[in-house]
Design a protein around this ligand. Structure first.
Ligand SMILES: [Fe+2]
Ligand SMILES: [Fe+2]
Length: 199
């Protein structure tokens, strides 16, 4: 499966623009970390791009993502990618996080939601105008992007840090990395100012 085929799977199964944007954001973060950690950029990106593709058809943590896996295999998705996707819901799938790609995926998952929300409240609607300090401020406002579980983000970031950075990846450095990755994909995410109201 190549990137075009993976995007085709997303387009077939995901109607919500927000969910597509979420997966594109996680894809950007995964490509960033693959480069940083010497992983396979295409596989890591694909795990991000596809990890929630079945959420609209299997919207429970009992069914998602494992019930989506047969179709991924049918379309020729690598087992490396499939395993990473399964490991983002260990509670439901029993697949533990073991490899760098697994830790990176969960650590990149929810934090993208906070960055997207922080971009969309700016008049410019441009992720390139967001700074780590604005995310820090939003982090403390519990009602802002309330669905982003701050404690969970901290826990999975700490796991990623221990597994892949000898404990040296601090939360705000991670946030800065994911932010930079998303800024590099601003146009793909439609967070390049095109949604701003005309002046
Ligand atoms: Fe998910
Ligand atoms: Fe996700």
């Amino acid at each position: 499966m190549d990137r075009a085929a993976a995007w085709q799977v997303v387009q077939e199964h995901v109607k919500a623009e927000g969910l597509r944007r979420h997966m594109l954001a996680v894809e950007a973060a995964m490509r960033f970390y693959a480069e940083k950690l010497g992983g396979d950029v295409e596989s890591w990106g694909m795990a991000g791009l596809l990890h929630d593709y079945d959420w609209e058809i299997h919207p429970t943590l009992e069914a998602h993502p494992q019930d989506g896996v047969p179709l991924l295999r049918e379309r020729g998705c690598d087992e490396d990618v499939v395993r990473a996707i399964l490991s983002h819901n260990t509670e439901g799938t029993g697949v533990e996080r073991e490899r760098p790609i697994d830790f990176a995926l969960l650590a990149s998952d929810e934090i993208t939601g906070l960055i997207i929300a922080a971009s969309l409240v700016r008049p410019s609607k441009d992720v390139r105008d967001v700074e780590v300090k604005s995310i820090k401020k939003r982090w403390k406002e519990k009602t802002f992007a309330a669905g982003v579980d701050r404690d969970h983000v901290e826990a999975v970031t700490a796991d990623f840090s221990r597994a892949c950075f000898a404990g040296q990846l601090e939360l705000w450095e991670h946030v800065g990395n994911v932010l930079a990755a998303m800024q590099g994909a601003a146009a793909t995410l439609d967070l390049d100012g095109r949604m701003a109201a005309p002046a």
